[in-house]
Design a protein around this ligand. Structure first.
Ligand SMILES: NC(=O)c1ccc[n+]([C@@H]2O[C@H](COP(=O)([O-])OP(=O)(O)OC[C@H]3O[C@@H](n4cnc5c(N)ncnc54)[C@H](O)[C@@H]3O)[C@@H](O)[C@H]2O)c1
Ligand SMILES: O=C(O)C(=O)C[C@]1(C(=O)O)C=C[C@@H](O)C=C1
Length: 365
């Protein structure tokens, strides 16, 4: 008999996890979403095999339960399911961007004969909804698991086996270490991106030309400001402590930059940028997996004839050589994805720039 996976929340991440699980396992995937539209869409895109009308119904007989809802909801739902009829030995996990509060609330599940292991795939997009879900979304990314002390190691391995279709690299952290680090590399940058957009919006009131001029750099650094406000509101509320500390140290950092500019300290300004460049250029590159992600560029393309020659034509026009091109997905009426591989970072950057100028939506995983 097929095993059953139940996914609550069928948006970008819930949908992508469902597709990744389907790639590796012959399972029955059940889904629930508070939005009827998302639920129907998930069914019609074959992301799930069955739509249920409540969480209570969905958990019945499920071997694996995955919460892929905004983190404040997940915190509440992991408690709610402790009242329901759960299959003995089932694994419960989540994909939330914060871990401390969810793991704390899920502790009530232990006495129900199931194991909760917090999870966070460290890849995503500014897009929401199941129509943006992709089975390859987490390829080469870290997938953080936050088992608590005493969690049976065999269950952790079982969970990793369930999720092996993500082609992610699993890493274990404590929930507080997770929240501290994710605060610094993901949550706080999101606040900065949104604040930069607000700054431009204010300037636009005085001079509307500003947003028309906002090009490459501004768009790159603010891409993530287009993400779901619900998801990010919840993350900030959950990770208050880390974010307040980061805001304090950022404010001090900005004060020192302000002083450098006021004093016109050319050498110190140069060093400030050089040090940042050295650190960023030295960041480790994720190379794991059959297809190295390093020089790959993903391009969302409408499913119509001629689109591939249009993309390759743009690259040829700017003398950018491809080492590989692959159509990852095409579905009727749905955007497909092209994976373009390049020989160098520079080629990839140039390709991204020119494709964006031609209004293609591109992303690097
Ligand atoms: N987007 C990313 O880049 C990213 C990456 C890693 C982890 N995450 C985490 O994944 C989770 C989901 O994010 P997403 O990007 O898929 O968001 P999304 O908006 O695409 O999907 C969330 C889905 O949850 C549904 N939902 C909300 N409340 C619900 C409820 N009470 N019951 C059932 N369904 C409910 C929504 O209708 C929506 O379809 C969040 O916890 C987020 O922090 C996001
Ligand atoms: O690529 C993006 O759009 C993201 O913001 C993805 C991102 C991140 O900060 O890296 C966002 C939140 C998640 O919890 C994990 C990944």
């Amino acid at each position: 008999m097929k095993r059953t996976v139940f996914i609550v929340g069928l948006g970008l991440i819930g949908g992508s996890i469902a597709l990744a699980i389907k790639k590796e396992h012959n399972v029955h995937i059940r889904g629930f979403d508070i939005s009827d539209e998302q639920l129907k869409m998930a069914l019609s895109l074959k992301v799930i095999d069955e739509a249920v009308s409540s969480i209570k119904e969905g958990v019945i007989g499920a071997d694996l339960i995955i919460f892929a809802t905004p983190v404040l909801k997940t915190e509440q739902l992991v408690q709610d399911i402790s009242q329901f009829d759960l299959k003995a030995g089932a694994i419960v996990t989540d994909v939330g961007s914060t871990k401390k509060r969810i793991v704390e609330q899920a502790s009530c599940l232990a006495e129900k004969g199931v194991t909760f292991i917090g999870g966070h795939p460290m890849a995503g997009s500014h897009k929401s909804g199941v129509e943006a879900a992709r089975s390859h979304l987490f390829e080469n990314a870290f997938y953080i698991l936050t088992p608590i002390e005493g969690t049976d190691v065999r269950v952790i391995i079982q969970l990793q086996n369930w999720l092996k279709g993500t082609k992610a690299t699993f890493i274990e952290l404590s929930p507080s270490q997770h929240d501290r680090l994710a605060g610094a590399i993901s949550h706080f940058p999101h606040v900065i991106a949104a604040s930069l957009v607000h700054q431009i919006a204010k300037i636009e009131d005085e001079d509307p030309l500003v947003s028309r001029l906002a090009a490459g750099g501004f768009r790159d650094i603010t891409r993530i400001a287009s993400a779901s406000p619900t998801m990010w509101r919840d993350i900030l509320l959950h990770n208050k402590e880390s974010l307040l500390q980061l805001l304090d140290s950022w404010t001090m950092e900005m004060a020192s930059v302000k002083a450098l500019i006021e004093e016109e300290s050319a050498e110190a300004i140069y060093t400030y940028f050089q040090d940042a460049k050295d650190f960023r250029d030295g960041l480790p590159v994720r190379k794991k997996g059959a297809i190295p992600s390093f020089y790959d560029l993903f391009v969302d393309v409408p499913d119509h004839p001629g689109v591939i020659s249009d993309v390759t034509g743009i690259l040829a026009q700017h003398q950018i050589s491809l080492t590989n091109i692959r159509i990852l997905e095409t579905r009727e009426d749905i955007m497909g994805v092209l994976r373009l591989s390049f020989r160098s970072e520079e080629d990839r950057e140039r390709a991204q720039l020119h494709l964006q100028i031609h209004l293609y939506d591109t992303y690097i995983l």
